[in-house]
Design a protein around this ligand. Structure first.
Ligand code: ADP
Ligand code: MG
Length: 722
């Protein structure tokens, strides 16, 4: 856009060029980022192939002198350049798009260096749209292979090559790891990067492509080491923290709750509840004094009573949808309240929070516990009342959305924070949550104590990931479902069967069954989402005259949502047409049939979550996946996985296969790429070496460890803690 000179305010900074913006988008900001931006592949411009020896189908670089150049008008207008090599063989260059400048630089008599795929055309050897360059007899050849970088729109290779080369030159790549710590025979980081950006001619391209070359190995080792170091550091930091030791009193709340439940815990629930209770009460191990100093400053411990201190729990409770995590959370809360501390339970959506609230009130109020309710939609007087009850400690348990940890909410003494469906909170949100909890904690009692933290998820973390990314996290797993559940049968149909499916629904509804109909996800268009849901609602209402059909979508005011949910729970609605707002946690045991439209648009774990809304009662449940073809390969994989298994752990494994670890963990959105170079499975030996080295570095070379993490992770290190 032309600058407007009469503008009263002069622009402070020239706006960034398109390639600069494109580079930023790729995260290429610091010199080290550029140095670590590695080529996808290489082009060989280090040698010339005599024209006469070039073979059809090969990509080669040839040199010769132009002997003829003309624009042909027959058929398509094209520029034809004929050149002759030293060996007397001829090569025809054909350009379908060209500018006058092309003609000029390829005029007769000019020496050219061209690179492209050789074809055997009707008129002999030819190349279509080769890369070309005017040269003279002593223009040197490239000394190393030419890198081709991952680029993206608006970022020409030539520009990027220059930027990377400059970044590589400037970057501080000095060896920070002490001698003898890197697995033998691996080059230094500087050597490895110089090599990978500019490999010498005649290097084995295969070892570069499959990343088995020592230069690649060094890079992967460095990356894994950085990741291990930051994990272990987080783990050690946490070990320094203190939390109240929470112990259930004999015959107290915990016991009463157990006795009041309408069911017996499964063995798995008992086991994980015990693991959590032990964590909450675990005395803080006495720490070796750091730097020869006294215990961390700023901590006053009342009357030196160390037995009241524990190490804060940081535990993930994972269990398939419907495995009964909520009651385990309630038991943990009971322990905390028994010990005289408050507890917060956060859910990612209002619907889910409300459902928890109702359930927990039902369980806990008869036992004399006050449960407060805090979400964005609780306002005015009601809100103030809740806030007061939280602040003066009369509310033992606070249930809500992330509104629970907003700045204005002050707990008298928060002892335990429970986050349900934690995978639904993004990585960045989880991090914010942790920070806020730290603030809450230090405000708490004039004492620097952290609340314990229990996270719950129905998306299990595969073991390799748990080992590498969650060294800092203890994991409890519920591996069985409560008895009396009948398995869900999943059927996949093309959407041409839609009318038949509706007929089946009519039958089911006649028989007193309840049905979810989930409407498709239309990316980036809530309006379209809504239109679709509304139309489907009308269609089903017409087809099922005489039966209640409800509608639930994200745009409805929370109170209205809650009302519809309540109607459905009470079986006054037979069918609930919903967008994905019902995805997490919703629990209506009588619902036994689910239809998911445009199932191909959902992710695998999302489909599994949705399906988990049925199969909660004793009636045999059915989940129908309607898709609109043609399906992509991954779309097919997802639907097949859904049809083949209902095991959440198996689903998670397949999801990981289909998506890879970065996306699986939802880190993509936060911009924190997890592992760029290393592969947890393939590079297991390097991972092992990194795991062995990391604690040694932290203990004996703390400075080196810090520099290494900074170099590799920069600002991302924080994300790994979330
Ligand atoms: P999720 O693990 O998906 O959060 P919920 O906690 O919502 O599962 O539990 C699903 C349903 O199973 C709820 O209705 C809950 O009351 C019930 N439930 C939980 N534990 C048991 C059990 N041991 N026996 C029978 N029903 C149970
Ligand atoms: Mg749940």
């Amino acid at each position: 856009m032309p600058e407007v000179s009469s503008s009263p305010v002069a622009p402070i900074k020239a706006s960034k060029s398109a390639p600069q913006k494109a580079m930023e988008k790729l995260g290429l900001k610091r010199d080290i980022d550029l140095a670590l931006h590695l080529p996808l592949r290489y082009e060989d411009e280090t040698r010339l192939t005599p024209i006469g020896q070039a073979r059809e189908g090969e990509t080669v670089q040839c040199e010769g002198v132009v002997i003829e150049s003309r624009v042909e008008l027959r058929g398509r207008r094209q520029l034809i350049v004929k050149m002759e090599g030293e060996d007397g063989a001829q090569l025809l260059l054909r350009f379908l798009h060209f500018y006058p400048s092309h003609q000029k630089s390829m005029a007769e008599g000019q020496r050219l260096r061209v690179r492209g795929e050789l074809r055997g055309g009707f008129f002999g050897r030819e190349m279509v749209h080769p890369a070309f360059r005017a040269v003279n007899e002593d223009t040197p050849l490239a000394q190393s292979l030419t890198p081709v970088y991952p680029a993206g729109a608006n970022l020409p290779q030539a520009y990027l090559r220059k930027a990377v080369a400059a970044g590589l030159r400037r970057a501080d790549l000095a060896e920070v790891l002490p001698p003898g710590s890197v697995p033998r025979q691996l080059p230094t980081l500087r050597e490895a990067l110089d090599f990978l950006h500019h490999p010498p001619p005649r290097v084995s391209l295969a070892t570069l492509e499959d990343h088995s070359h020592p230069a690649w190995q060094r890079l992967k080792f460095e990356e894994l080491l950085a990741q291990q170091l930051s994990q272990m550091r987080a783990q050690r930091e946490r070990a320094q923290l203190r939390a109240p030791a929470l112990r259930a009193g004999p015959g107290g709340l915990h016991k009463q709750l157990l006795a009041a439940l309408p069911f017996a815990l499964t063995a798995a629930q008992q086991r994980v509840a015990e693991e959590i209770a032990q964590d909450l009460a675990r005395p803080r191990p006495s720490l070796p004094p750091r730097d020869g100093g006294s215990p961390s400053p700023g901590v006053e411990v009342s009357s030196g009573d160390f037995s009241a201190l524990a190490q804060p729990m940081h535990r993930l409770l994972q269990g398939d949808v419907g495995s009964g995590k909520t009651v385990v959370a309630a038991l943990a809360a009971a322990v905390a309240m028994d010990a005289g501390w408050q507890c917060a339970l956060m859910a990612p959506t209002e619907i889910l929070a409300e459902q928890h609230f109702r359930k927990l009130i039902g369980w806990l109020e008869p036992l004399g516990i006050k449960v407060a309710w805090l979400t964005g939609s609780v306002k005015g007087r009601a809100r103030q009342k809740m806030l007061d009850a939280v602040a003066d400690g009369s509310a033992g348990l606070v249930v809500g959305t992330h509104a629970v940890i907003e700045d204005k909410v002050q707990f008298k003494q928060l002892g335990l924070a429970i986050v349900d469906e934690q995978h639904r909170f993004g990585v960045a949100q989880r991090l914010a949550l942790r920070k806020k909890l730290e603030v809450q904690a230090s405000r708490g009692r004039g004492q620097s104590m952290e609340p314990h933290m229990l996270m719950m998820s129905a998306t299990p973390i595969p073991r390799t990931l748990a080992m590498t990314y969650f060294a800092d996290l203890a994991v409890s797993t519920i591996d069985e479902l409560p008895p009396g559940r009948s398995p869900i049968v999943t059927k996949v149909f093309a959407d041409t069967k839609r009318l038949e499916v509706i007929a089946k629904i009519a039958d089911a509804v006649e028989n007193g069954q309840q049905v979810y109909w989930v409407c498709p996800l239309i990316e980036e268009s809530e309006t379209l989402d809504l239109k679709n849901a509304t139309e489907t609602h009308a269609e089903l209402s017409a087809a099922l005259a005489g039966h209640g059909v409800g509608l639930l979508h994200g745009r409805m005011p929370p109170a209205e949502k809650a009302a519809v949910m309540a109607e459905f729970s009470a079986n006054r609605l037979s069918v609930l047409v919903a967008t994905t707002v019902i995805e997490v946690g919703v629990d209506v045991p009588n619902a036994s049939l689910m239809v998911i439209e445009h199932a191909e648009r959902f992710g695998l774990s999302q489909l599994h979550q949705l399906r988990g809304r049925v199969g909660r009662g004793a009636v045999a449940s059915v989940c129908v996946l309607l898709y609109t073809g043609p399906l992509s390969i991954t779309g097919k994989d997802r639907l097949r996985a859904m049809a083949e298994t209902t095991d959440g752990f198996e689903i998670a494994r397949r999801d990981l296969d289909i998506r890879g670890p970065g996306e699986f963990m939802g880190a993509r959105q936060s911009g924190a790429e997890l592992l760029r170079f290393a592969d947890l499975q393939e590079d297991a030996p390097l991972l092992k070496a990194a795991r062995a080295l990391a604690p040694r570095l932290l203990d004996e070379h703390a400075e080196a460890a810090l520099r290494h993490v900074e170099r590799w992770l920069g600002g991302k290190a924080e994300f790994l803690k979330a």
